[in-house]
Ligand binder design. Structure first.
Ligand SMILES: Nc1ncnc2c1ncn2[C@@H]1O[C@H](COP(=O)(O)OP(=O)(O)OP(=O)(O)O)[C@@H](O)[C@H]1O
Length: 366
């Protein structure tokens, strides 16, 4: 069987690394590929090699593949924004955690509501392919996104709940199906949700990432120009170790996404009958200290509150209950996030930063 160049491009396209190819020679089944890795790190080149071999084995099973992977590190502007911009979307914030179950999705949902309460136009992309929770948290499990014609192209119209535009893999595939997807397939589905969506005008698109530091993360940071990342952790030592890795991933030379800050979730518990008592179940100030140690902003702490869990389960994020202590806590984190973002945006064209400055009532520190 003779493979074509187009088939090779297709495989690279699906992996999101089409532009890393420098040369391809195809003679019948023999394929020789020259690929450049943007990272000099050995383990990343190894990971790239494995991903390529697996993808070719799956898509072009007869191919005799020879891979020449070299390193080509671009000179980077520290404030560079990667990927092509999403039309109408001004800031893209990735919400990440190293460890699973620390409350990343709950923080994403409530941060979205708090930003909307501040007057921003907000969207949420649930990229947690293996455990999409936004449909439940926004009480729209049964919703299905419509398609709309935009400039002659068919686009996906995000579902809307509480004024937030939402897209989740949960709207398209049942969770069991999504779980068995391999990296490139999941990445492709995500890319489609990002690129083929008609988000309209958004001040913020929050991307709720899966826990950990894996292929999905790499794929997203390559596909979209992420303005900054928020990392969520509990104060517990094992969660902090993973949060540190999460921050490290964004700060890697090849990824280079500014970290807007760390949020400490489940910081303490206060029983209703003892409102002045604080019990530091997972340890005290762990995430705050981590933020200080690695010199990233600390965005705030969220206590363990039963109503936060209940609100998530009934699909009405707790931040919607304006005037409550919980809503204030999230509002404070939203303000600190915007503040951090404004500081990050000072190096972008002034109109962007000025616009956000005016709307949030926050200003950049000089
Ligand atoms: N501050 C809080 N107080 C009480 N319960 C909370 C709080 N934050 C999160 N929870 C609850 O903890 C559980 C885990 O939260 P969530 O699903 O947001 O975590 P996650 O980090 O996104 O998980 P995953 O690893 O599955 O993506 C949920 O039941 C949620 O309702």
């Amino acid at each position: 069987m003779a493979y074509t160049r187009d088939q090779i491009y297709q495989v690279l396209e699906e992996l999101g690394i089409r532009n890393w190819m420098r040369n391809a020679q195809v003679v019948g089944n023999d394929i020789i590929l020259d690929i450049v890795s943007p990272s000099p790190a050995m383990h990343e080149r190894k990971r790239l090699e494995i991903a390529l071999k697996n993808a070719f084995k799956e898509n072009l099973p007869e191919a005799n593949l020879t891979l020449n992977i070299s390193v080509e590190v671009e000179e980077k502007n520290p404030n560079e924004i990667k990927g092509s911009e999403l039309p109408g979307v001004k800031n893209i914030i990735a919400v990440a955690s190293g460890k699973g179950g620390v409350g990343k999705s709950t923080v994403s949902a409530n941060l979205a509501i708090s930003l909307a309460n501040m007057g921003f136009k907000v969207g949420v992309l649930d990229a947690d392919i293996y455990g999409p929770s936004m449909p439940i948290m926004f009480d729209c499990q049964d919703a299905r996104p419509y398609s709309v014609e935009v400039n002659g192209k068919t686009k996906i119209k995000p579902v809307e709940a509480y004024g937030i535009k939402i897209l989740s893999i949960g709207f398209f595939a049942d969770t069991d199906q999504a779980i068995v997807w391999r990296g490139p397939m999941a990445a492709k589905a995500l890319n489609q949700m990002i690129r083929d969506a008609h988000w309209g005008d958004l001040d913020f698109l929050l991307i709720d990432l899966p826990p950990g530091t894996g292929d999905i993360h790499l794929s997203i940071v390559q596909q979209v120009p992420i303005t900054g990342a928020v990392v969520v952790s509990t104060p517990q030592t094992i969660a902090l170790a993973d949060a540190r890795k999460g921050v490290g991933m964004f700060q890697m030379e090849a990824i280079n996404v500014p970290v807007l800050g760390i949020v400490e979730n489940m910081a303490y518990f206060t029983p209703e009958e003892l409102p002045n008592n604080k019990y530091y179940i997972f340890g005290q100030n762990g995430a705050k200290h981590l933020a200080e140690q690695i010199s990233v902003p600390f965005l705030g702490e969220i206590p363990i509150v039963q109503s936060i869990r209940e609100a998530a389960d009934v699909g009405r994020p707790a931040a919607l209950q304006e005037g409550t202590i919980v809503a204030e806590v999230y509002k404070n984190i939203a303000r600190n996030t915007v503040q951090s973002l404004v500081e990050r945006n000072t190096t972008l064209p002034p109109t962007e930063a000025v616009r956000i400055t005016t709307m949030a009532g926050c200003s950049a520190k000089n």
